[in-house]
Each structure stands twice: as C-alpha cells, then as structure tokens.
Design a protein around this ligand. Structure first.
Ligand SMILES: [Zn+2]
Length: 170
C-alpha cells in the first residue's frame, strides 16, 4: 500500500507512544501493527524497551525516508533505472517481455545511461503496458491471444522483433 504520511503533523520534541502515533494519522487508519512494523524496519525508539516511546524527530526522519522511497514506487508501466536511481521512460518507448520462470520480465533500455532496466510483471498487466509502449518480441503464449491487436504495430517494430534485444533497442 502506497501511503504518504504528512510530516508536518509530528511535533518534533514530543515522545509518542504507539497509540498516539496512530491518533496522529487516524484519518489514514494507521494501525498499531503498522507502527510495530516500522520499529522492526528501523524506526528508533527512545530506549528500545516496551512500552515503546518514539521521539517526534525520529518519527519525522523515518517517515521522511519512507515517503521518499514510496515516491520511487513505479506504476505498472513505469520502469526504475538502478543506475540513475530514478524512474525512466524506456528508450524509444520499446519494451521486451519474456517469460522468466513463472514470472514475466519486462526489459527496456534507460534513455540516459543506456543500461538495461528490468521489471517483473504479471501477464494481466500486458494490456496496460501495451498502451504506453511498443512491445517487441512479444511472448509467444500471449501473442496468440492478442494476435489482432499486434497487427497494427508498425512494420518496422515487427521486423525488429526477430533481432536480439541489443539490436532492436539501439
Ligand atoms: Zn539510467
């Protein structure tokens, strides 16, 4: 679940117990279990013993990092470049989908650093992905089902699909 917790609500020098933190984000239905999860994930407590007390500035720091990480959570069609550490639009808006064990992998080239970006996807995401990109070298299995949809792809893209990934993306 992607949540952005407003930091302005937190009082910097106040020592919160878990219920009080939940009260701060009552409208977001923050649950005590979630806060315990944060503590496990690195949220610092005053002395590490129960009942847990969390200083406002520690909470601010933790949630600030968490919010920033959430920002990088990609939409179905978005890809994250590990090298640029940012969401990037696939080069030439081309992606390749291959079967990878039980999963499917979407592969594309970062337009800036030209490194390969990978993303695990589910087949049900395929129609969404197709709205944004030209899918080259389409998975055989799915190709049968969407045969009519693929015929409108530019001939150039269809031709490229038989070439190795480097050749088709550069
Ligand atoms: Zn990059």
């Amino acid at each position: 679940m992607s949540r952005n917790y407003p930091l302005k609500r937190i009082r910097y020098w106040y020592a919160y117990d878990i219920d009080e933190i939940c009260a701060v984000y009552k409208d977001m239905r923050l649950h005590p279990q979630t806060v315990l999860g944060w503590i496990k994930a690195g949220l610092k407590t005053a002395d590490g013993t129960k009942p847990f007390l969390i200083m406002g500035h520690q909470l601010t720091e933790f949630l600030g990092n968490r919010n920033a990480a959430q920002k990088h959570k990609t939409q179905i069609h978005e890809m994250f470049c590990m090298s640029c550490k940012d969401i990037k639009m696939p080069y030439r808006k081309q992606v390749q989908i291959t079967k990878y064990g039980y999963l499917h992998n979407m592969k594309a080239i970062c337009p800036d650093c030209k490194k390969i970006m990978n993303k695990g996807i589910s087949l049900e995401h395929y129609p969404t992905i197709k709205k944004f990109y030209a899918v080259v070298d389409v998975l055989q299995l799915y190709d049968c089902e969407v045969a009519t949809a693929t015929t409108h792809l530019p001939a150039q893209v269809l031709m490229q699909s038989s070439e190795p990934v480097q050749g088709e993306l550069f």
